[in-house]
Design a protein around this ligand. Structure first.
Ligand code: ZN
Ligand code: ZN
Length: 363
């Protein structure tokens, strides 16, 4: 295993400090309006003393990172970012933090979830990119990281509405007493087997919808946004057009709701999907030995994003490569990794959330 060659090319402490101070500001604002800005299911876990400790540690870290950033600032832009971090830290210091009464609210914008998800995902997947980088010279803060971060933020803030949009029709169609009998039989299957069933069935549905998204030009316009990252990393996996995302999740959750898997299986399935959709994009050559033929790895999915013509329309599965082997769309993993990723069309908008959002609607 080769460590990322130069830590300072991967990380920019001033950027991290700035992001953490923004997260801290978000946390304070969320604590002021818990009924609107915090996720109802997460609220029960919040304990003021613990939150205060984490919060002040975060502010302290971003303050130190900003001071360090000022000392090593290469240009005016980084100086401004560091000054902004320091000002943010002071601003937050002036606002009294977590002394709130936990309020009520059902349809909320989960600002708290966004902060937790961003920090946790970063903590889980950064080590893969640091200890087994595929492109060691690629910085975490490459040219398009802001576009990727925008996708991450928009997705997290709208997740509740997306899930509602999927759940409502699914429950309407599939909560039928006629299905109760076989649904209870499915729920009686042991947990590991039930979860495996859910993953395999959903991946077959996902395969079909993914294949269609590549083959029907109208759908490809939306799905091509997901293929646009030229710098693959854990954050780049967030890039998906909102319409493409809703289409995808509606299709994969259809069999899950119809078959009525148990709640632990449903939750575990949701977790595995979230984990694998980030992990498959990491800038990592992590080698799992023979397991790379059994489960989807970054290598497998990077080939799906390859610019090389021979690799187009290959490796559609998101959980199990055997599905591609079955349908003849498997790209061999014997040739290492693709040379480059992205959409070959030179006129395609490579970055900018709004530009990419409008792209499919243009003639
Ligand atoms: Zn695709
Ligand atoms: Zn992908």
């Amino acid at each position: 295993m080769a460590f990322h060659k130069d830590l300072s090319t991967y990380f920019k402490f001033q950027h991290i400090g700035f992001i953490i101070s923004l997260c801290s500001l978000g946390a304070v604002v969320a604590s002021k309006f818990p009924g609107i800005l915090t996720t109802d299911t997460l609220r029960i876990f919040y304990k003021a003393p613990t939150l205060n400790f984490v919060f002040w540690a975060a502010i302290g870290f971003s303050f130190i990172a900003a001071i360090y950033g000022l000392l090593v600032a290469e240009n005016k832009k980084t100086t401004y970012i560091n000054l902004a971090s320091i000002m943010l830290a002071f601003l937050i210091y002036l606002l009294p933090a977590f002394d709130y009464e936990i309020g009520q609210g059902t349809i909320t914008i989960g600002l708290d979830w966004l902060i937790i998800d961003l920090l946790l995902t970063g903590l889980i997947f950064t080590p893969f990119e640091l200890f087994a980088p595929l492109h060691p010279s690629q910085s975490k803060f490459h040219a398009n990281w802001k576009t990727d971060l925008t996708y991450f933020i928009v997705f997290d803030l709208s997740i509740k509405f997306i899930l509602l949009a999927i759940r409502f029709p699914a429950l309407y169609f599939f909560t039928n007493p006629a299905y109760a009998q076989f649904q209870s039989k499915i729920q009686a299957i042991p947990f590991p087997l039930q979860l495996l069933m859910a993953l395999i069935i959903a991946d077959f549905f996902q395969y079909a919808r993914h294949y269609t998204a590549h083959k029907i030009p109208f759908l490809w316009k939306f799905h091509s946004i997901h293929h646009s990252p030229e710098n693959m990393d854990w954050l780049a996996g967030s890039r998906s057009h909102l319409c493409d995302l809703i289409f995808d999740r509606s299709v994969i959750f259809m069999p899950i709701y119809f078959l009525g898997f148990s709640t632990p299986v449903f939750l575990s399935y949701t977790f595995v999907v979230a984990f694998q959709s980030v992990w498959a994009h990491t800038n990592s050559h992590i080698n799992l030995g023979f397991l790379k033929y059994v489960i989807v790895t970054p290598q497998f999915h990077h080939w799906h994003h390859a610019k090389e013509k021979d690799a187009h329309d290959k490796n559609f599965a998101v959980h199990f490569p055997f599905i591609d082997m079955l349908f003849g769309t498997y790209q061999s993993l014997e040739n290492g990794h693709p040379q480059s990723t992205g959409v070959p069309d030179p006129t395609f908008p490579k970055q900018g959330y709004l530009k990419q959002f409008l792209y499919p609607f243009k003639r």
